[in-house]
Design a protein around this ligand. Structure first.
Ligand SMILES: NC(=O)C1=CN([C@@H]2O[C@H](COP(=O)(O)OP(=O)(O)OC[C@H]3O[C@@H](n4cnc5c(N)ncnc54)[C@H](OP(=O)(O)O)[C@@H]3O)[C@@H](O)[C@H]2O)C=CC1
Ligand SMILES: O=CC(=O)O
Length: 291
């Protein structure tokens, strides 16, 4: 199967590498073209523009940073719309809001193409290991056609119905995750300042009812103050912002998520946006207790 892949950041690189490893013919494009080099070493072809990828491939997948990037790759110069036509499918796996996905869907289908949104749950390591959870919505026929690719990139795919449902599901999940990492950060700092060993707190948590893979994975590195980016904090803050907007639309009161969003914004203002989202811990540590 031949697929195009747009966006070779942390996730896109790992996902396209997996496709290559499993025998897919992959044509890649990235805004910063030099990031294509490593994929080429592993057998990928390169195209100069998103339009050129779509011209060459029946199916094109995108994994881009945010709504603005997702929008510009479709509607911009040399974008998807210039080549999409009947018989071609576009699958956007970026985390965006339902409105962005809906606008992209309308534009693609107006040209006769097929569209699927398919954001993912799972970070750098699950992407490398083909263990993502895929939250697809949109054209069912396209979903069925790209299942072989989803099976390589993920451990489970959900088909959620109409376009927008995938985006909404992803934002709900990340709203919960962003709130959890804040509570976890406060707990680690509170333990330390109360004379407890935060490492022992990790052991206690891991044996109880709120044990989870995120605390297990991030806890030890957070205590060390190491926040090498797997999921960049700026993207987590984008997801909180979009989830809060969904809360506005549905009159859902989310004071916990709103407070978490403020902490992520504070972290960005401290220059931590490109670090892992666990760096929000540094905002709690930075609030010195009275001496
Ligand atoms: N990292 C993670 O753990 C997870 C991330 N996600 C989501 O996946 C998406 C990608 O995340 P991740 O790989 O971590 O992000 P990165 O920041 O590592 O990569 C972002 C990608 O988007 C491209 N890009 C940014 N702006 C534009 C633009 N205006 N036009 C074209 N391309 C653009 C970048 O190109 P360039 O190289 O030129 O900057 C890069 O390829 C995000 O929506 C994120 O929320 C979902 C699940 C997990
Ligand atoms: O969007 C991030 C993730 O870990 O999932």
């Amino acid at each position: 199967m031949e697929v195009g892949f747009l966006g070779l950041g942390i996730m896109g690189k790992a996902m396209s590498m997996n496709l290559l490893r499993h025998g897919f013919k992959v044509t890649v494009w990235n805004r910063t073209l030099s990031k294509c080099d490593e994929l080429v070493e592993h057998g990928a072809s390169v195209a100069e523009t998103p339009a050129a990828v779509v011209k060459k491939c029946k199916y094109t997948i995108a994994m881009l940073s945010d709504p603005s990037a997702a929008h510009s790759v479709v509607f911009g110069k040399d974008g998807i719309l210039e080549q999409i036509c009947a018989g071609k499918g576009y699958v956007d796996m970026s985390t965006v809001d339902a409105d962005t996905s809906t606008k992209i869907n309308e534009a693609i289908t107006a040209k006769g193409g097929y569209f699927l949104e398919a954001p993912v749950s799972g970070s750098k390591k699950p992407a490398e290991d083909g263990q993502l959870v895929i939250l697809a919505a949109g054209e069912k026929a396209l979903y069925e056609e790209v299942i072989p690719a989803f099976n390589v990139m993920g451990k489970k795919s959900f088909y959620l119905g109409q376009v927008g449902n995938g985006a909404k599901m992803k934002l709900v999940v990340n709203m919960i995750m962003g709130s959890m990492i804040n509570a976890f950060s406060e707990g680690l700092v509170l333990a330390g300042r109360s004379g407890l060993d935060p490492s022992v707190l990790l052991d206690v948590l891991d044996l109880g009812g709120i044990a989870n893979p995120m605390f297990r994975l991030k806890g030890p590195t957070m205590i060390q103050g190491s926040h090498s980016p797997a999921f960049p904090l700026k993207h987590q803050q984008k997801d909180m912002r979009l989830a809060l907007a969904l809360g506005d639309e549905t009159a859902t009161s989310m004071p916990v998520a709103a407070a978490a969003n403020e902490a992520f914004k504070k972290a960005r203002s401290m220059g931590l946006g490109d670090l892992d989202f666990s760096a929000v811990y540094e905002t709690v540590k930075a609030l010195e207790p009275p001496s």
